[in-house]
Design a protein around this ligand. Structure first.
Ligand code: WQD
Length: 342
């Protein structure tokens, strides 16, 4: 019997890559998604890659009754991976209530349904944004969390606190929160990747959309930070490496290998690259020039952020395998396929 895993937000960027890794590791996957920032086409693409079409239920997890009903039907699931959330930082500043409602109602309903049906494993998609402006680098899981700049980020911090409180009350629930640094890249098939709706907030899709001609010019938000070239430093991580960590987290929960019922791991590479490093690597990988301009700082950006990944290496046995150039190349291949140019 294959183990069944429920993946909320499984049609999204990180969710869809994780579904592929789960299927390739012999899990049965049930995707719950409201397609608010993804498309059903992703399911066909997952099938093309894996030869398995995952079960899909179109559901808004803000609907408590429907959520409970679906989880009851799949109470034999071994774990739930929670990707379902809005993630646009700028939009969350404009529409905070929409973010708190969506990200937290759906989380609370999911956790309620999960505990009612004694599904005892939960993996949460968190973010390095919970560390705010770090006091020292690299950031370990012991670093203090701070109130994130954006409502989006705050939903991640509050969500972790909700899970922590629940775990303290529920003896049978085990959870792992994975704090992502900056996920980029796409599946090697070029069939799935990031599909930002509207103008991208994040650096990588903005670069690839500029290079392909959708955007005129990349704005580099500030070159007066206290870093080697003045542009902010981040820890970019390949989405496929990230996806593989979720499979290991599932295994850790199923095999009862956790050292405590709620564990938190950073997911990055441990390497920091500046915005100009990314642009230079992109130009090298694609052998082209990118149109960009240095402009004012963006509110809320911190100068430097990169992870310590010792804990996740030691406990989960995970390590990143892809280089920055591989990340950039796969993002570029995906963008070109999406726009049907070669
Ligand atoms: C990276 C660097 C920008 C766009 C955000 C979220 C975080 C996480 C990942 C999401 C920064 C610069 C960007 C552009 C630029 N989670 N930049 N021009 O801000 O590190 O993290 O995304 O789900 O929670 O906060 O990532 O890709 O937006 O920016 O110069 O057009 O690129 O200033 O230094 P960030 P990013």
């Amino acid at each position: 019997m294959k183990n069944k895993i429920i993946v909320t937000g499984g049609c999204g960027y990180i969710g869809s890559h994780t579904v592929i890794e789960l299927i390739e590791n012999n899990y049965t996957v049930i995707i719950l998604d409201d397609l608010s920032n993804s498309t059903e086409e992703t399911l066909h693409r997952i099938e093309k890659i894996t030869n398995v079409k995952p079960s899909f239920i179109n559901i808004d997890l803000k609907d408590e009754l429907k959520t409970k009903k679906v989880f009851k039907e799949h109470k034999d699931a071994k774990a739930v991976i929670n990707f379902a959330a809005h993630k646009a930082v700028g939009e969350s500043v404009q529409k905070p209530l929409m973010y708190y409602k969506n990200n937290l109602y759906s989380l609370i309903n999911t956790l309620t349904a999960l505990t009612e049906n004694t599904i005892n494993g939960f993996i949460f998609s968190s973010s390095a944004t919970v560390y705010g402006t770090p006091k020292s680098l690299p950031i370990t899981e012991q670093s203090k969390t701070q109130r994130p700049f954006s409502p989006y980020g705050n939903t991640k911090k509050i969500a972790e606190e909700i899970i922590d409180d629940l775990i303290k009350s529920e003896t049978n629930l085990s959870a792992i929160s994975l704090r992502y640094f900056n996920p980029i890249g796409a599946h090697e098939s070029g069939l799935i990747g990031e599909l930002p709706s509207g103008i991208p907030n994040n650096l990588m899709p903005y670069i690839t959309q500029t290079a392909v001609g959708i955007r005129e010019k990349l704005m580099v938000y500030g070159n007066d930070y206290p870093t080697k070239d003045g542009t902010p430093i981040r820890d970019y991580i390949h989405v496929v490496d990230l996806a593989k960590a979720h499979v290991l987290a599932v295994e850790r929960i199923i095999k009862n290998q956790q050292e405590k019922p709620f564990e938190i791991f950073n997911l990055g590479t441990g390497n920091g690259f500046s915005v100009l490093d990314i642009i230079n690597s992109f130009e090298e990988v694609t052998n082209s020039k990118l149109n960009y301009e240095i402009t004012d700082r963006r509110a809320g950006d911190v100068p430097k952020l990169f992870a310590s990944i010792d804990l996740v290496k030691n406990k989960l046995g995970w390590k990143p395998s892809k280089s920055l150039n591989e990340m950039i190349k796969s993002s570029w291949d995906w963008e070109r396929k999406l726009n049907d140019k070669s």
